[in-house]
Design a protein around this ligand. Structure first.
Ligand SMILES: [Zn+2]
Length: 387
């Protein structure tokens, strides 16, 4: 982790870092955004893992069933008639909340990046389809509550008020397509087949995404376009496949000097993310967006800051080159290298012998690392003056 911006801190303390981060965003050409429940909270849709209100409501209707958090989104629910009813009641309450919700300031921020042609794609874990109310190119990693799908033939239909009413009563509506096939077979005097039921078109735990392959291909194609920025917002990063994608994307972004990877959430990420995120913004995503929008409205400040940050990276790059040259000129002496403790210098020497692509990667990582230590004070002080 390089820089921490705790929104709860006094604004003058975090202002220089907010300016720097805003400049990275303002000048980005190919941004990836990854979102989770945290960005929809202000629209009235709770984070399901802590949605006590919803669970209490379900509990009232099904007092004999104890299900909490993740369990209500688990495919194993479908093994038992009682838990199926519980699932449908929960989905009805969820749909009711979602249908009243509007996109948040954070959604509008993503829309603005889209309008400016800066957004490569938004990957969301949210099933509230608030991105669709706007015009954000989005991949819904966990499906959508906008539709229902047949458990048998996979036909999709709009999730209507009528379906919500049936769900609330704990009923699973029959699939219209399956029913019409069945009616036709009966008319022809053929053997009856099973009729599927409808459920929300969301991906449950212990279930594969029906479009998993397509999503995988899109991710590969997005990474080939060499994104220069990634903002991960409102997620506690628990899903293994998504974690892998974020780490892959971060590696590619860090190959480029000036590439930036940002985490925005109410709570800090686990230690495994220490070398993935350059900026960690702790707090509400809407609050951060408001601060960032203010900065980005000042085009002159953004250009000046971006130029200064570029110079910082370049200076550091030049310093690294000089050090590498010095090291390469030194005669290799076995005794000395044995005695010398492991240092950043010796790392750089070995990196210079690597293949070109690996060397670039290693070098940019070194640059970012050193940038934290040596340039932080100078850069943040200058930013303070510019504001
Ligand atoms: Zn069907």
């Amino acid at each position: 982790m390089k820089y921490k911006i705790a929104i709860s801190e006094p604004s003058e303390a975090i202002d220089p870092l907010v300016t720097n981060l805003s400049a990275y965003i303002a000048k980005s050409k190919r941004a990836l955004i990854v979102t989770g429940a945290g960005i929809s909270c202000s629209s009235g849709i709770p984070d399901f893992r802590s949605a006590d209100g919803l669970y209490n409501l379900v509990k009232k209707k099904h007092p004999d069933i104890v299900l909490r958090g993740q369990e209500l989104f688990d495919a194993t629910l479908f093994r038992n008639e009682k838990t199926i009813q519980c699932f449908y009641t929960f989905m009805a309450e969820l749909r009711s909340l979602i249908s009243k919700a509007n996109p948040t300031i954070t959604h509008e921020f993503i829309q603005t990046l889209t309008n400016k042609g800066q957004l490569l794609r938004c990957y969301t874990q949210n099933i509230d389809f608030l991105e669709e109310d706007l015009d954000i190119p989005t991949i819904q990693l966990h499906g959508t509550m906008k539709e229902v799908k047949c458990t048998l033939c996979s036909s999709n239909y709009e999730f209507t008020d009528a379906y919500e009413k049936m769900f609330r009563a704990g009923e699973a509506p029959p699939c219209p397509r399956c029913v019409s096939i069945d009616v036709e077979r009966t008319r022809l005097g053929k053997r009856q087949l099973a009729v599927g039921t409808l459920r929300p078109a969301i991906v449950l735990y212990n279930e594969n995404h029906p479009n998993g392959d397509t999503i995988g291909q899109l991710q590969v194609s997005d990474l080939k376009k060499r994104p220069d920025l990634m903002i991960v917002m409102g997620t506690s990063l628990k899903i293994p496949a998504l974690k892998k994608f974020i780490k892959q994307a971060a590696r590619i972004i860090h190959e480029k000097p000036g590439g930036c990877v940002v985490f925005v959430n109410r709570t800090s990420p686990a230690k495994e993310w220490d070398n993935v995120f350059d900026y960690e913004v702790l707090g509400d995503s809407d609050e951060w967006v408001k601060m960032t929008n203010k900065k980005m409205a000042n085009e002159k400040l953004m250009t000046q800051t971006a130029n200064r940050l570029r110079r910082c990276v370049k200076e550091q790059d030049d310093d690294d080159d000089e050090e590498e040259e010095k090291e390469n000129k030194k005669p290799a002496r076995k005794t000395k290298s044995k005695k010398a403790p492991p240092s950043s210098v010796s790392t750089k020497t070995s990196s210079s012998k690597r293949a070109p692509l690996k060397r670039t990667l290693s070098k940019s990582q070194t640059t970012l690392q050193d940038f934290r230590v040596t340039k932080r004070r100078a850069c943040t002080q200058k930013a303070g003056k510019a504001v």
